[in-house]
Design a protein around this ligand. Structure first.
Ligand code: MN
Length: 205
């Protein structure tokens, strides 16, 4: 059974960046539904015991189209939101330090340049989707954006995601309405760069 990431913070603790009702709905309705539906599809596909990464990186081996799409969408929703909720925190924000900061500077020139590039990808993603910071096969940092609940694993890029921005309207619409760019800008005030740095270190190993 895949279990939803347990939130170590209260629904209202990301205020004013993300309002309590959005966090509660996002976590207890959307993420919970992806988790339940993913488990149902894993059972239908007979893939119990595999990791979510193994399942998402070998979707082509599932011959039934409905089950494959169910695994892709709900497995992506499960994985993506585990990453999302575990890389934000109350009283966070700021900039990364240490190796992650060095790697961001090396790859993008500066933290400000990185922020500008990933924000543009997030803002420019047409419709629902995500922007990603990932580690590629050679340990380099790369940026991307994907539609729906796709991610760099399910798209077979060989990259491991370490940070994401959810740009589905359910992530921001109650507070920010149509102003996605304002949400993206504010979102950086709740990013837990220590959590992202831990993911970088395990992905780059
Ligand atoms: Mn979401």
């Amino acid at each position: 059974m895949f279990e939803q990431y347990k939130l170590p913070y209260a629904y209202d603790s990301l205020e004013p960046v993300i309002d309590a009702l959005t966090v509660e709905t996002h976590y207890s309705k959307h993420h919970a539904a992806y988790t339940k539906n993913f488990n149902d599809f894993v059972q239908k596909a007979g893939l119990e015991g595999k990791s979510v990464e193994e399942i998402l990186s070998s979707l082509d081996s599932v011959s039934d189209v409905a089950i494959r799409n169910g695994l892709r969408n709900n497995g992506g929703g499960y994985y993506n939101h585990n990453l999302y909720f575990s890389t934000i925190a109350p009283k966070a924000g700021g900039e990364p330090v240490g190796i992650l900061a060095e790697k961001i500077n090396a790859a993008f020139g500066s933290f400000a340049a990185f922020k500008e590039k990933i924000s543009a990808l997030a803002a420019g993603q047409f419709g629902s989707g995500w922007a990603w910071l990932s580690v590629d096969k050679n340990g380099a940092l790369v940026l991307s954006a994907t539609g729906n609940q796709d991610n760099p694993i399910s798209l077979g890029t060989g990259c491991k995601p370490i940070f994401c921005i959810d740009v589905w309207e359910h992530a921001y619409y109650l507070k920010y309405r149509n102003m996605r760019a304002s949400y993206i800008q504010a979102f950086f005030d709740v990013v837990d760069w220590n959590a992202v740095a831990r993911l970088y270190e395990s992905a780059a190993r």
